[in-house]
Design a binder for this molecule. Structure first.
Ligand code: 6PG
Length: 254
């Protein structure tokens, strides 16, 4: 049985990002101390930008950035310099301001005209980096995730084929709503992680968050993320927690 999920409700978005930065620094410092490196999967979208900016500032000063290896949970089917690129968002907000080693930055090659080729190439990168045996999944030290108002996470959208992928590490996932492919890590990879931290901010996420935590129907994609042998932490702000029927048992960090 996976360990119970932790949920912390932070009063303001800035409190959420400070808490996330503290977790990142703690996990990264411990991983480098114990294993000589920290392998982290970055989330895309808008929410993590504030965390990445914090880490690019004084909050990240103590970190051995040259020993941190960066991956992405998903990518839009665009080149790395495109305004929608998750790689570009993280690069502009954080990586361009840090002494991270270029050889430790493993972006998804989403400039490939065929998204399936991009996904296969990323799988190859993971297989080689982690020296995976056939059928094995990489174990990241930390996977950062966001959640959309529809309960998607990474590029695992409700009703899409990638949700049912049990063997692949990364796939091209057709998202009908956007009429485009996305490249995404699969649930087996997310659930192999030593730690997953969701960052959820804003009242537009409140309905999906309630569904994840309180509904028993068909689970939303974000609810399917439960590390088999790892920590699951939801960092949410008060606006995103606004529809939870009871938060009595939930530690609030005010
Ligand atoms: C992406 C992300 C996606 C994101 C959610 C939330 O490529 O957009 O990987 O899963 O985390 O859509 O996005 P916001 O943080 O912008 O609300």
């Amino acid at each position: 049985m996976p360990p119970a999920a932790e949920i912390r409700i932070l009063n303001r978005p800035e409190d959420l990002f400070e808490a996330a930065a503290a977790e990142f620094v703690s996990l990264a410092s411990q991983a480098v101390r114990n294993r000589g490196r920290f392998c982290v999967v970055l989330a895309g979208g808008n929410t993590p930008k504030s965390l990445y900016s914090l880490l690019a500032g004084p909050a990240g000063n103590s970190l051995p950035w040259d020993k941190i290896c960066f991956f992405w949970g998903d990518e839009r089917h665009v080149p790395p310099d495109h305004p929608d690129s998750n790689y570009r968002m993280a690069y502009d907000a954080m990586l361009s301001k840090l002494p991270a080693r270029p050889e430790n930055i493993f972006r998804i090659p989403a400039e490939q005209s065929d998204a399936k080729v991009a996904a296969s190439a990323y799988e190859q990168t993971l297989n080689e980096f982690f020296h995976l045996q056939a059928g094995a999944f990489p174990r990241f030290d930390l996977i950062l995730l966001g959640m959309g108002p529809d309960g998607h996470t990474a590029s695992l959208f409700p009703g899409t084929s990638a949700l049912h992928e049990k063997d692949r590490l990364a796939v091209a996932n057709w998202v009908e709503n956007f009429k485009t492919f996305r490249i995404t890590l699969t649930l087996p990879v997310l659930n192999q992680s030593a730690c997953v931290i969701f960052l959820v901010s804003g009242d537009d996420k409140a309905s999906a968050l309630r569904e994840v935590f309180e509904e028993m129907g068909e689970p939303l994609p974000a609810k399917l993320v439960r590390p088999l042998d790892g920590r699951l932490l939801w960092l949410v702000d008060r606006a995103a927690a606004g529809a939870l029927s009871t938060t009595a048992g939930i530690p609030r960090i005010l």
